[in-house]
Every structure is written in structure tokens, then in C-alpha cells.
Design a protein around this ligand. Structure first.
Ligand code: NAP
Ligand code: ZN
Length: 347
């Protein structure tokens, strides 16, 4: 057992502040990692503020973790001390059910274990995330990280990256497809990079006019301002896929109408409020609305390897951990290009 410095939310309304937690001593299959960087996901805000319900306090958020291995258990095969390593949104699952066997641990039939705001499989040990100096995770849920990439910009790949990669791969999005990415934040900017890299024609659908130049730099072929009804009406029936990354309530119907026949809106953004959908916008063109949760461990590794090969990382702004509360406020205003990453040297 070791005491680890961290930052925690103590309830849904107060600013995050210092916290100390206990990490287990590495067991035979565990990897101990000194956390160097941790990305800040909008899911951290939803959970800190208990917007999805059921939050466990004190809560140490953070599921975009990269760092260096400082110790390994006797049976660990993939990692040695000094290696770079990553931990994403999951730290365990049953590993036996059909979903786990397929590498879809996020859909584990017996309940996967979130990196924070969750209970370990013993049902009582609370998990604590990456706003901390160190983490101990079973080898099967630790990812290999290339030395070739800018490490701080790799961190967001562990959630924003795989959450957009997974549905793009599942629906085999690529050449010949017209893809709309709704919302240019952490997830949105990775969706643009991946969809463009896979050869799709990408349109950024954003309510922030100031993001147009960035969207094109990130790989979007076109920018459409969603607050302008004339621009949207020109795109009626246009897209094969829309990746919806919006974190706040919005009118789904407006965007469903932009889908072509058989088009699919893939929802990854998770506003807590239920969506209202006029079924006629689905019926009339055999459109679908779908959802997708993060990604499994094998596809996360595949995504990280692809990024190393194709030189893809997130666009990040490095912050001191003492600025985390301000960073949350800035994210709520859409003022981040395009992911905050905490420098854990500041903790
Ligand atoms: P983010 O960086 O804050 O980006 C969200 C974007 O949504 C904003 O940049 C903005 O884009 C748009 N937006 C925000 N408020 C809006 C509003 N009122 N109306 C219209 N557009 C608005 O958030 P993120 O980290 O990318 O996360 C996005 C969502 O995905 C969150 O709900 C998060 O919990 C969820 N998430 C889901 C999964 C999953 O497994 N499915 C995984 C991670 C995160 P524009 O300025 O371009 O319009
Ligand atoms: Zn996340």
C-alpha cells in the first residue's frame, strides 16, 4: 500500500482540491505507473457534478492517463520498469463473458470497472483516477504507448481517441462516405482527425464560428455553422454518418434531417437529459440513431499503434493541477483547443 497525492471532488458543488489516497502494492499481475499526464474529459465534469447520478465522493477523476512504469508484478509480461504506459476508462472487467472474450470489455455482461467513480470487482473498493501521482492497474488493462509521440498529447487518445475511433471502425467509415462531426471539443477534434485519416469527406458542424479555421486545419473539408438555418438546410439529406459529440441538451431532429437514406447518427456525447426524437425524421429516410461507449482494450491498443504510425495526437493545452476548476469553467464555455491535459509534475 502506498499513499498517493491526488486532487478530488468532495461533493457535486465545491471546487476540486487536495486529497490523499491509498494505492495497493502491485500484485503479481499489476503494473504500477507514475502518472505524468492526464487529460480532462467532459465526462469528468458530468460525474464531478453528479449530472449522471450515483457519483461517489471523494472522487478523483481522470481516465486519460499516461506515465512511466515504476514497478511490475512477478507475472507481468508486457511491461518492464521504465516503459511508457497508458490507462484509459476501464481498469477491470469479468474477462469471461462473450463481450470480454470479443475484446469489448466496455460492454462486459458482469459490469466493467471504471477507472474512477466506480467499485472494483470486490464491490467495495472505490476506484480513483488520474488526477493523482500514481496508479496500480492489472496488466490486461494497461496500454502500450509509443516513445515516438508527444506524450502529453497522447493522453487524450485514451478516451477521446478511442471513443471516436471505435464507432468509426465499427461502421467501417472511410473513402466514399460523407461524415458530419457535431461539436468541436475533445471528442470532436479526434473524430475529425480519424475520419479524415480514414479517407472520408468530413464536415464540421459547430455552433462556434471562431472554430472554422481550426476545423479545417484538423482535417475537415468543410465547416457548417449550426446556428445558421440556411447553411443547415443546404445540407439536408447529405451525410452517411453524423458523429454527435455534443455534451449539452440540443435538438437531435435538426441533425437527423441532415442524414441521407440509411444514414446513421452515432451518439457519443452524453448529456444527461433524455433526447426527444420525432420518429418521422427516422422513418422517412430509413435513418438510424445509435450510441457507442468508449472502446475495448484491443481496439484501444490498435488505435494507439495507428496513431504512432500515422503521427496522430490530440491538440492540447497543458495545465497546472491547481487550475483544474478554472479549466472546467472554460470547457463549459467551449474555450479549449481542444483538450486540457494536467501536468502531474504540478501536484
Ligand atoms: P467538450 O470538449 O466540452 O466538447 C463538447 C462540444 O460540444 C463543445 O466543444 C461544443 O462544440 C459542443 N457544445 C457544447 N455545448 C453545446 C450546446 N449547448 N449546444 C451545442 N453544442 C454544444 O467535451 P468532450 O470531452 O468532447 O465530451 C463530449 C461529450 O461526450 C460529453 O457529454 C462526454 O461526457 C461524452 N463522452 C462520451 C463517451 C462515450 O463513451 N460515449 C466518452 C467520453 C466522453 P462547438 O463549439 O463546436 O459547437
Ligand atoms: Zn472521457
Amino acid at each position: 500500500m502506498s499513499i498517493t497525492k491526488a486532487y478530488a471532488a468532495y461533493d457535486a458543488a465545491s471546487p476540486l482540491r487536495d486529497f490523499e489516497l491509498e494505492r495497493r502494492a502491485p500484485g503479481p499481475h499489476d503494473v504500477q505507473i507514475e502518472i505524468l499526464y492526464c487529460g480532462v474529459c467532459h465526462s469528468d465534469i458530468h460525474q464531478v457534478r453528479n449530472e449522471w447520478g450515483g457519483s461517489i465522493y471523494p472522487m478523483v477523476p481522470g481516465h486519460e492517463i499516461v506515465g512511466r512504469v515504476t514497478a511490475v508484478g512477478a507475472h507481468v509480461k508486457k511491461f518492464k520498469v521504465g516503459d511508457l504506459a497508458g490507462v484509459g476508462c476501464l481498469v477491470d472487467s469479468c474477462r469471461e463473458c462473450p463481450k470480454c472474450r470479443e475484446g469489448l470489455e466496455q460492454y462486459c455482461e458482469n459490469g466493467s470497472v471504471g477507472t474512477y467513480n466506480a467499485y472494483e470487482r470486490d464491490g467495495k473498493t472505490v476506484t480513483y483516477g488520474g488526477y493523482s501521482k500514481q496508479i496500480v492497474t492489472t496488466e490486461d488493462f494497461v496500454l502500450k504507448v509509443s516513445e515516438k509521440l508527444d506524450l502529453k498529447a497522447v493522453a487524450p487518445l485514451l478516451c477521446a481517441g478511442v471513443t471516436t475511433w471505435s464507432p468509426l471502425r465499427h461502421w467501417k467509415v472511410g473513402k466514399g462516405h460523407k461524415v458530419g462531426v457535431l461539436g468541436l471539443g475533445g471528442l470532436g477534434h479526434m473524430a475529425v482527425k480519424f475520419a479524415a485519416s480514414f479517407g472520408a469527406e468530413v464536415t464540421m458542424l459547430s455552433h462556434s464560428p471562431s472554430k472554422e479555421a481550426d476545423a479545417k486545419r484538423l482535417g475537415a473539408h468543410r465547416f457548417a455553422l449550426t446556428s445558421n438555418p440556411d447553411i443547415l438546410s443546404q445540407l439536408t439529406g447529405y451525410f452517411d454518418f453524423i458523429i454527435n459529440t455534443v455534451s449539452a441538451p440540443h435538438d437531435y431532429g435538426t441533425y437527423l434531417n441532415l442524414l441521407n437514406t440509411n444514414g446513421v447518427m452515432i451518439c457519443v456525447g452524453a448529456p444527461p437529459e433524455p433526447a426527444q426524437v420525432a420518429v418521422f425524421s427516422l422513418i422517412m429516410q430509413r435513418r438510424s440513431i445509435a450510441g457507442s461507449l468508449i472502446g475495448g482494450i484491443p481496439e484501444t491498443q490498435e488505435m494507439l499503434d495507428y496513431c504512432a504510425e500515422h503521427d496522430i495526437v490530440a491538440d492540447v493545452e497543458l495545465i497546472d493541477i491547481r487550475d483544474i476548476n478554472n479549466a472546467y469553467e472554460r470547457m463549459m464555455r467551449g474555450d479549449v483547443k481542444y483538450r486540457f491535459v494536467i501536468d502531474l509534475a504540478t501536484l
